[in-house]
Design a protein around this ligand. Structure first.
Ligand code: GDD
Length: 410
């Protein structure tokens, strides 16, 4: 048997995701019309002998209750949300629930970050891991040398694929091969995490008798013994010890830390639906429906006027109303939004219950990495008729009656 664990973090983590994380936990924010965490979960479905899927985080249970019960029914695999009483770090959180995770006596445990976007080649990783032996195998990818510093950088043996060296977000360049945040481990990982805690406790006891030691190692002093980071505390020290191996993906991979990247990842997942679930994509069926261009998701409850033109990369959530002559390009329209006649929305995310007036334009230049590269309207924002909003972020409950450009409206 195999189990999968998805780390979802908690409310203090997703600050770069504001204002979209004000009323929805980031893991449930829709990409290609499905909650972010839905994409790794449905990838787990392809793992042979999968017994259970655990989501571990420190959001309130009630925030995940509905999603977890509906996805369990849909996949016919139990999906459980486990809430930590406080953050324990990416490895500490796993360790905290070791008894539940080991309940079914799994031979292997998949561990996935929820904020990465890729095609999760999990069965291939399992096969590769069995060939390597060792305690764990991590998914890695080559990125540009300029962007590598944002991730864990690593060196792997070109022949054996062993992880030889690992540094988390280094200040000087180490390697353009980076950690994708997707792993497979044997249950020995729990012993490795236990060892980190025990070692910290021993040092803490030592320090009580040695004031010299107390001056050293500020980091380990401030970390509680049950807070263990997978990258710094496990991967770095175990590199080069024939315990960890790498599996390189040649397919797409992105990290989803900002709203801009969620728009980019929504496009990647829509493109993936073309291959995996084409029934989820809107197809211009007959002359009664709107013109659809490229990959578009429309929730069945949304009402789109037949003269609207939509796509590419558009995702329209529940109960949205799109009026006559509306043009939508590369955007995420969240639940209960109304877009009135002849409005244009481009490279933008429109928050829940917002309203966009007639002949208005909500747009941006679409630079996913720039701070104001996409326009974001928070929840319940009203853009009045004929107003133009360009490269801006508008916080919830605002009404815009004049045009704005490159502004953050608080
Ligand atoms: N449950 C729980 N509890 N989850 C946590 C905690 C915690 O205390 N801390 C972090 N997480 C979750 C986050 O939600 C995320 O899914 C994952 O664990 C990793 O988060 P971080 O530890 O904040 O690291 P990161 O996202 O900045 O970078 C990691 O992922 C990159 C790939 O996206 C590192 O492993 C990098 O090396 C890697 O490149």
């Amino acid at each position: 048997k195999v189990v999968a664990v998805i780390m979802v973090g908690g409310p203090t983590k997703g600050t770069r995701f504001r204002p979209l994380s004000f009323n929805t936990p980031k893991p449930l924010f829709p990409l290609a019309g499905q909650p972010m965490v839905h994409h790794p979960i449905s990838a787990c479905k392809r793992i042979p002998n999968l017994a259970q899927i655990f989501l571990i985080g420190f959001y309130e249970e009630r925030e995940f209750a509905l999603y977890v019960s509906s996805i369990s029914n849909e996949l016919k695999v139990p999906v459980r949300y486990l809430k930590e009483d406080k953050p324990h770090g990416s490895a500490g959180g796993l360790y905290y629930f070791r008894d539940l995770i080991l309940e079914d006596n799994p031979s292997h445990i998949f561990l996935l970050n929820c904020d990465v976007c890729c095609n999760f080649p999990l069965p291939d990783m399992l096969e590769a891991h069995k060939g390597y032996g060792g305690m764990g195998t991590m998914l890695v990818i080559k990125v540009s040398a300029e962007s590598a510093y944002q991730f864990g950088e690593l060196v792997a043996d070109p022949i054996t694929k062993e992880l030889l060296h690992y540094t988390e977000k280094p200040e000087t360049f180490v390697s353009d091969l980076i950690n994708c945040g997707v792993y497979i481990f044997t249950p020995e990982i729990f012993t490795a995490i236990q060892d980190v805690s025990t070692h910290r406790e021993d040092r803490a006891n030592l320090r009580r008798v040695s004031s010299f030691e107390a001056l050293q190692s500020a980091t380990s002093r401030t970390l509680p013994t049950d807070f263990v980071r997978l990258d710094q505390d496990i991967l770095s020290p175990l590199a080069g010890k024939k315990q960890l191996y790498t599996y390189e993906t040649m397919d797409f991979w992105e990290q989803i830390k900002t709203p801009g990247m969620s728009l980019r990842c929504s496009a990647l997942y829509l493109a993936q639906f073309r291959l995996t679930s084409p029934h989820l994509l809107a197809g211009g069926d007959g002359n009664k429906s709107a013109t659809i261009i490229g990959d578009v998701y429309v929730h069945p409850s949304a009402k789109v006027h037949p003269t609207a033109k939509i796509g590419p990369n558009v995702s329209i959530s529940a109960n949205v109303r799109v009026g006559a002559g509306v043009r939508l390009i590369s955007c995420i329209i969240l639940d209960d939004v109304e877009i009135k006649e002849n409005a244009v929305v481009m490279h933008s995310i429109v928050g829940w219950k917002s309203s966009i007036g007639k002949w208005s334009r909500v747009q941006a230049d679409g630079d996913y990495n720039a701070k104001l590269g996409i326009t974001i309207l928070g929840e319940a924002v009203t853009v009045e008729d004929e107003v133009v909003v360009i490269n801006s972020i508008v916080l919830p409950n605002k009404t815009l009656n004049v045009s704005v450009q490159e502004e953050i409206i608080l």
